[in-house]
Design a protein. Structure first.
Lengths: 410, 368
């Protein structure tokens, strides 16, 4: 079995969630149907809604089920923007942190390109923390023209936790609603929707031990949102579509288990993370920890840049050694690009290319960290060699033969 | 792996032969297009996904390696510079020489791999001492040894071409189908990958300053005007728009481009026949044959285009101004030979080596 250190990408399904999923998948019933089968399905969904509300510090009616974090982010950002613009057409500004997940980043960029939004990217410091002075300054400048503020709870790449309470206080003082992507925070940090004061918050099941394909948007009861997808009017008419009873039940089971174990598990993970960080810095002194230290970062996140090598090469060599990690930044089928998060934190492209993220989960053990620490020095040395390659070729080519022949004569 | 059927089947055969194989897709542009259009272009996201899917089926890892900067410098810019200097380059050869079997190979070796395996139709035969020889593929119609003729001894030692002995492309497609590779019926790619619409002249016009100049005939008399000499290729007939008809009424062809004078020289087809070629930047595909060191003349076949017919020739190495040069005398004259093109020499199926054509001489024209 490989050593899995990519829990921020997705984490194994919990036994509680798996049991709920298989139990519900075997049953029939649309929660919107009025007969017995429908009532039974509805009961499961509403039980789950209450469980998730409790886990996230929200009222059950504030839970809007979606297909996951990306949909929740789209719904929150587009929905808030459209609703606020419909109230006042001059209200087109979006204040968005520069280190958002692509689900928010690309949504905001889309609104800028197609819907007339004027975007201000809120800068972050070297640790990845949003600059509150810039936020305050932006909020004081014609607050009536601001549609929304969106800042993630904790960063998916470098693990930095944002001062959400302060961001909400500042924004609300200016009368501006706030959305936060809390996909990485839920299950790792104490997340309380009500106490945070947020107007909208995105969460996802598969990052906390639930199945992929289900999530929720927590939406304040007074917050008006223009729907993105239309249909049968489910979920307060904000998110139409037949509810996925089995996934929702499994999400609730995972959320309940994760919050029950939260204090104990986050302490255990933070200790394991610190062992990992210390071990990496000891074995590869050139490595640089990115993101905030200690309490300022997610308990399961360790993120480094390794000078002189490409994250891809390191990932490949660690994979070969049976350790699964991530470069941290999204790359689908296109060209690997340096992370926008690291660039926003002030790193240059070359340094950003050497990024590697190790993320722990409930199943992670000391042995996993030991396996990484054993494999890393060799992998780094080799990746660094490969990083040097490709600048000036040492392979003899027709071109070098010709140059050698020419210089041999002159 | 380009995302095409050849590299997918090559990878499959390498896996089957027991090698530890990793699929690598070269990103040659930072801004890949999303979808492929017909047989043109490459490196779209769809191509990348096709390569990835093939790796999934083969159960091997898949990575995208970004060589876009190197490609831009070593292949695209070289292509532009060569045309600007009035020569006709072969970008696929540059890519093999400097990217696939150099930058990529070097990174692979550093990561612990032994060789680069591609879907080229060509064959490497290694002798008892471990010295590689490059040979034509079994299917001469698909043979790609010409574009690999630029590989050196060291590069060939780290090259694998598993499609070497495949009797035909149809066979490769059938094999892909059998192996469950979804690219079995994907169209072949043609043309230059970084000019997706295939309009080389239009693409070049945006990169090179074009100045109108004279078109002259073989005697030096002006017969027309051109919008910029660099977009012309030796052997070209269309698009000359000559005002003055030739005395014999026969069509005229581009014989020569003189970038310094911004002139295009045209003449009858008979003057296109080239009898002698002088090559520079010579390299040998494996160990050079004995005549190279002695300067003795040797018989061979010469080929100047990827799919041109080889012609009988004699060749020898001579001392040039600042490096060794290759002199080739063609027994059967070749038409449309342009400076900048590559001449590849063969003996039987074996590739001896190559040179960049520096000068091409027509005996008939020399007598004028």
């Amino acid at each position: 079995m490989p050593v899995y250190l990519d829990h921020a990408a997705t984490t194994p399904i919990s036994s509680e969630a798996l049991a709920a999923l298989t139990r519900e998948l075997a049953r029939t019933g649309n929660p919107s149907s009025l007969h017995g089968s429908g009532r039974r399905a509805r009961r499961s969904v509403e039980d789950a809604r209450e469980t998730i509300a409790t886990a996230a510090g929200a009222h059950p009616s504030e839970v809007i089920f979606t297909s996951g974090g990306t949909e929740s982010d789209n719904l929150a950002v587009k929905g808030l923007y459209w609703s606020r613009v419909s109230e006042d057409p001059a209200r087109r500004r979006i204040l968005c942190s520069a280190v958002e997940h692509h689900a928010v980043l690309d949504t905001v960029e889309w609104l800028e390109r197609h819907e007339g939004a004027a975007v201000t990217w809120l800068p972050v410091d070297g640790m990845g923390v949003v600059d509150l002075e810039v936020l305050a300054a932006e909020l004081s400048r014609d607050p009536e023209s601001i549609a929304l503020v969106t800042v993630m709870w904790a960063n998916n790449e470098v693990g930095t936790v944002q001062p959400i309470r302060r961001i909400v206080e500042l924004s609300h003082a200016a009368g501006v609603p706030v959305h936060s992507d809390a996909v990485q925070a839920l299950g790792s940090l104490p997340v309380d929707f009500k106490a945070s004061g947020l107007d909208a918050m995105s969460v996802s099941a598969h990052k906390i031990g639930g199945p992929v394909g289900v999530g929720a948007l927590l939406l304040g009861r007074a917050v008006k949102l223009t729907p993105v997808q239309h249909g049968g009017g489910q979920e307060r008419d904000v998110r139409s579509g037949t509810l996925d009873t089995a996934s929702i039940a499994a999400f609730a089971a995972a959320a309940e288990a994760a919050t029950e174990r939260l204090t104990e598990e986050s302490g255990r993970m933070a200790a394991l993370r610190d062992k990992l960080i210390d071990g990496v810095l000891e074995r590869v002194p050139e490595a640089v920890l990115r993101g905030a230290p200690g309490e300022g970062r997610l308990p399961g996140n360790a993120h480094f840049t390794f000078p002189g090598c490409e994250g891809d090469s390191l990932l490949f060599l660690l994979d070969l050694a049976g350790v699964e990690s991530s470069t941290g930044s999204a790359c689908t089928a296109g060209v690997p690009r340096p992370s926008h998060v690291l660039l926003a934190m002030g790193l240059d492209e070359e340094t950003a290319r050497g990024a590697q993220r190790f993320t722990l989960g409930h199943a992670s053990t000391e042995a996993d960290v030991d396996a990484l620490l054993a494999a890393l020095p060799g992998a780094y040395a080799r990746a660094r060699q490969a990083g040097m390659a490709g600048h000036e070729s040492s392979i003899q080519t027709a071109g070098t033969v010709a140059r050698q022949a020419a210089s041999g004569r002159s | 792996m380009s995302g095409g059927v050849d590299s997918a089947v090559a990878a499959a055969r390498a896996v089957e032969a027991g090698h530890d194989v990793v699929g690598v897709h070269l990103a040659l542009s930072r801004m890949p297009g999303t979808l492929r259009t017909g047989s043109r272009g490459c490196c779209t996201i769809e191509d990348s996904r096709d390569a990835w899917r093939a790796c999934d089926v083969l159960g091997i890892p898949y990575y995208v390696w970004d060589f876009s900067e190197r490609f831009k410098e070593d292949v695209v810019q070289d292509f532009i510079d060569e045309y600007a200097a009035g020569r006709t380059p072969n970008p696929c050869m540059r890519c093999n020489e400097r990217i696939k079997f150099a930058a990529l190979l070097e990174k692979a070796i550093a990561l612990g791999f032994d060789a680069v395996c591609t879907g080229h139709y060509a064959k490497v035969i290694t002798d008892a001492e471990g010295n590689p020889e490059l040979h034509r593929a079994a299917d001469w119609a698909k043979d790609q040894s010409y574009v690999l003729g630029v590989l050196t001894h060291e590069q060939l030692k780290h090259s694998m071409f598993p499609l070497a002995d495949t009797p035909s492309k149809a066979e490769v497609r059938a094999e892909a189908e059998r192996r469950g590779l979804s690219v079995a019926n994907k169209p072949d790619s043609h043309d230059i990958c970084f000019i997706p619409d295939g309009d080389t002249a239009g693409w070049l016009a945006e990169k090179i300053d074009m100045t109108t100049g004279d078109i002259v005939d073989e005697t030096g008399a002006k017969v027309g005007e051109h919008p910029g000499a660099n977009a012309f290729t030796v052997g070209q007939r269309r698009g000359l728009k000559l005002g003055t008809p030739a005395a014999d009424g026969k069509p005229r062809f581009v014989l020569e481009i003189r970038p310094k004078e911004n002139k295009v020289v045209v003449g009858p087809q008979s003057l296109l026949a080239i009898d002698e070629i002088r090559g520079i930047k010579v390299s040998w595909a494996g160990l050079p044959i004995a005549e190279i060191a002695t300067g003795a003349e040797f018989d061979c076949y010469a080929q100047v285009r990827a799919h041109g017919d080889p012609v009988l020739a004699t060749a020898r190495m001579v001392a040039g101004a600042d490096s060794e040069q290759l002199l080739v005398t063609l027994t059967d004259p070749l038409r449309g030979v342009a400076p900048g093109q590559t001449i590849v020499l063969y003996q039987g199926s074996r590739v001896l080596g190559q040179a960049t054509i520096d000068a091409a001489r027509s005996l008939q024209r020399a007598e004028l």
